[in-house]
Design a protein around this ligand. Sequence first.
Ligand code: FAD
Length: 384
Amino acid sequence: MLKHVVVLGAGFGGLELVTRLSEAVPDKVRITLIDKNDSFVFGFSKLDVMIGRRTVPEVRMAYREIAKPGVEFRQETVISIDPANRRVVTDAATYEADILVVALGADYDIAATPGLAEDGVEFYSVAGAARAREALAVFEGGAVVVAVLGTFFKCPGAPNETALLVADYLSSRELRESSTIHLVSPLPAPIPISKKTSAAIQAILEERGIEYWPSSRVVRLDPEQHIAHLEDGRELAYDLLLGIPVHCAPDVVLASGLAEDGWIPVDPATFATRFPGVFAVGDVTSAPVPRAGGVAEGEAATVAEVLIAELTGGAEPAPYDGASACYVELGGDLVARIDVNFLSYDTPVAKLSGPTAEFVEEKRRWGSTRAARWFGQVAIPADT
Ligand SMILES: Cc1cc2nc3c(=O)[nH]c(=O)nc-3n(C[C@H](O)[C@H](O)[C@H](O)COP(=O)(O)OP(=O)(O)OC[C@H]3O[C@@H](n4cnc5c(N)ncnc54)[C@H](O)[C@@H]3O)c2cc1C
């Protein structure tokens, strides 16, 4: 009897999980992969869209391309999850799972920041990145504010990248001299777990004339006056406000009983939830690791190992090791790499290497390898 594995969400976590299961145990599982969208977009591609390097159609990877043994993709919206019975209802069907994996990512709570919808531009969704592109294209110089609006957000490097890429973009349009750029973040440092890495990034921001306001949070925008109001009472005028919205778990997760304090608690060694046969990976969990694609992928690889061992009677796999790398664009066509590990040592680490031009190619390869493994028909080992 094939086990029915139902995977909710075809992002970093869901795609890596189904790829690994399909490669290792195609004769033991029947996998249903569900996502409301018709295509996947890398998080970092949204920055490419925002600054006009690539268009939205160029960065989309269509789920219909997935042709893996035992995997069926369904473009449907999940409307309810019953974790006790491993039953999922979508806008088109009901699924009974032997194993259920929730990889639905994080949603954005735009209304949590009054004025953002009217006068700011969130650039963390594909549609938002496209709107940011339009806003930048008609920008004629002035005050740009890049604001992180919540303390918990995807990809800690992204706000710094955004400010630096916007600086490059404005220079290319000869608008840098007539513009200011503020980076306002509630975090106390660019990468709070590492003083050294934070100091290096801060030095680059300073060198590029970007005003960095750490431990500062914009709580509302005044659309009439174009003023950002900060939690501590300060005000900051803007002509263009690019916002990283407050994150939250998708409503369907909050309504399911899986979440506690807003996110799904998991065993960080196996990503099992408190419901038997139900796992959760990626941004939707409260695992003590950063929210990043590379991290979600590592978590999914761990769940795959756990399931493969269970299905084949193999030895218990090693717990998730928490190691991941992410690339940070630092402007001027330079990319740095941050190697992070939150779990293997007593103290979490984040080591910055570069920036160098070589990492530009490494980052490109990182993306293309994943695109080929997840969407291509050729099996490529995970560590290529
Ligand atoms: C601007 C930006 C830059 C980034 N840069 C990097 C980077 O350089 N490196 C890095 O590692 N990470 C980066 N990230 C973070 C990375 O994109 C996320 O951490 C990662 O996508 C999380 O993976 P996930 O599988 O948990 O969720 P996601 O990849 O978000 O996937 C969740 C999926 O669930 C689907 N879904 C949600 N609700 C429903 C529903 N009700 N029904 C059906 N489907 C649903 C969504 O459509 C989505 O496809 C960046 C993110 C952004 C926004």
